[in-house]
Design a protein around this ligand. Structure first.
Ligand SMILES: [Zn+2]
Length: 81
């Protein structure tokens, strides 16, 4: 089951990035398959907004990335229509 191209595939994942600055502490949406793989293998994920990082911390305390939220909304709308 690796069909990830058109599914409404998002999951909120942490992004307290440590290697490119404290200003970038947001939760980003990533594809669920990527998040799962990252958790298992420690590989980087690519957020909907294009950000690439290795998720390492609890996402719940960070605000959601506006770009990700916007893209996710569009994906959901497209899927529903
Ligand atoms: Zn984002």
């Amino acid at each position: 089951m690796a069909e990830i191209t058109t599914a409404p595939v998002t999951e909120q994942v942490t992004n307290p990035v440590t290697d490119d600055g404290d200003h970038d502490r947001f939760s980003h949406y990533v594809r669920k398959a990527d998040a799962t793989r990252a958790a298992i293998e420690g590989t980087p994920v690519i957020a909907l907004c294009g950000k690439v990082w290795v998720p390492t911390r609890d996402p719940s305390k960070y605000p959601v990335c506006k770009t990700c939220a916007e893209i996710r909304k569009q994906l959901i709308n497209r899927t529903n229509n």
